[in-house]
Design a protein around this ligand. Sequence first.
Ligand SMILES: Nc1ncnc2c1ncn2[C@@H]1O[C@H](COP(=O)(O)OP(=O)(O)OP(=O)(O)O)[C@@H](O)[C@H]1O
Ligand SMILES: [Mg+2]
Length: 136
Amino acid sequence: MVEKSMVLIKPDGVERNLIGNIISCYEDNGLKVVQLKLMKATREIAEKHYSQHKGKDFYEELITFITRSPLCAIILQGEDVVEQVRRINGATSPDDAEEGTIRHRYARSKTENCVHASDTLESAKAEINLWFPELG
Ligand SMILES: Nc1ncnc2c1ncn2[C@@H]1O[C@H](COP(=O)(O)OP(=O)(O)OP(=O)(O)O)[C@@H](O)[C@H]1O
Ligand SMILES: [Mg+2]
């Protein structure tokens, strides 16, 4: 079924001029960019986005990182897009990410790992509402 997922090219990816290369990884796999914008995340939106990680030892570092400079928020559309995008992104840490994945190629650390993607269709809907409220 054709579905939507929400991707963030995180501040490290935008700072290192990787927007084009990262989007190509999705497009080359047949996924379509249907919305895209650059924005600096506020602490408020970052805390909502990462609410499941509140209290963990990396939480403050993660919020500081994700709000430090503009990120690129993208809605991708395609067959089994949620699963496909997570496969294309690779494991959270570059040390664990398979060869050919975005994180294996570009991520520098577990926190600065270039991309975020929704992990279920349900979270994709919630994240699209959070990052693209103007579409509602
Ligand atoms: N142990 C850790 N140390 C530092 N940063 C971490 C750690 N675990 C997760 N993070 C950061 O928090 C983000 C969210 O963690 P999560 O476990 O949801 O990873 P993920 O699902 O692979 O990544 P994402 O949600 O960004 O797609 C990670 O992408 C990473 O930036
Ligand atoms: Mg996650």
